[in-house]
Design a binder for this molecule. Sequence first.
Ligand SMILES: COC(=O)[C@H](Cc1ccco1)c1ccncc1
Length: 130
Amino acid sequence: ICQEENTLRELRIFLRDICAKLARNKQFFMFTKPVDIEEVPDYLDIIKEPMDLETLMSKIDKHSYICARDFLDDIDLIVRNALEYNPDKSAEDKHIRHRACSLRDKAYAFIKAEMDSDFEDTCRDIRDKR
Ligand SMILES: COC(=O)[C@H](Cc1ccco1)c1ccncc1
């Protein structure tokens, strides 16, 4: 059980590092904080589960993620929301969709580069038996 806590502590360190790198990237500024409902009054009519990198970071600290897969599911939620709210042919919408896809690719690449698969397998085993 203590080994499990050591594993999850190491996972949180990995995930904080990756989340911080994504949030530092100027390209992803529009994903770093919740969409401002004052600025975008219809946002919550369209997007039922908002997500952003600051919320992701706070979820790490609340021990919400027990494996990298759960973290990447919230990255995918950020991307899905951006694709759904910005679907048009306009240059602005195309731009944010391109950035959203780049955010996903960078996140997956960081996880693959920094986490070996048996570490993730160990995390999955902990998640699945809880
Ligand atoms: C994840 O961010 C968004 O979906 C908002 C939606 C939005 C539309 C108008 C104001 O904000 C966004 C922010 C910056 N650039 C494009 C779109």
